[in-house]
Design a protein around this ligand. Sequence first.
Ligand SMILES: [Zn+2]
Length: 265
Amino acid sequence: MYSREIVDEALKPRALGWTRQRIASTCGVSQRAVSRWLNETRRNSRAEADRTTYCPRRSDGALREEAYAYVLGTYLSDGHIVEIRHKPGLHTLSVFYDKKYPQLIAYCQVAMESVLPVKACRVKRPGCIEIKSYSKHWTCVFPQHGSGKKHERPILLQPWRQRIVKEHSEALIRGLMHSDGCRTINRTAKRRPDGAVEYHEYPRYHFTNVSTDIIGVFTHALDRLGIAWRVHVDKREPRGRDAHIVSISRKDAVAVMERVVGPKY
Ligand SMILES: [Zn+2]
């Protein structure tokens, strides 16, 4: 079941002449569901009302902390929260994944739906997929501090969020790496005394961000897991923002990253 807000949002493109099929595939729902929404045969059950008013931060709620740490990681790397115009209090949380990683997209969608019990939909964008979820409670779990771009304002984690981040460092690192990180393979060749060439391959991890606060959140999590890292600043970033690149290349550190993150697919 979908909340009234999601149904209403999903039906907006109908006014632009979108077909049922297009609405269904964009939102990741069946055409039958769209037909039902259009024909207004869908009833607002009590269960649905309970679900849309459910808040994981209120006394009756329970936040799924591991999923939350993961979603926080993806949100910090490449996500945003926007209030829907003319719908006070209703927000969308959007995160963006490269479209070549369908399994990561599915993973993130499940994580978002675990944090708040509303359906997350997928929107096709050039080169990427936006995973989007509507709720009045995204700002309860992701309190907003000021307006403007996330990378240009300080990232403040309240004590309750700091505790979750500390207890779920692995999930946080996974979320950050899945959206803004990369895993590369280095190859070396060495000639043995008998003339044969021996090839070695070893993975490395990189994480890039322009916000020193976000780099701090990432490197503190690495420190908690004992993962060695180095950072360098790339001055070539356009618009005067320097990119900070964290590299993880030491063998023992990479071994932990292989377990926690692994290849993207
Ligand atoms: Zn709430």
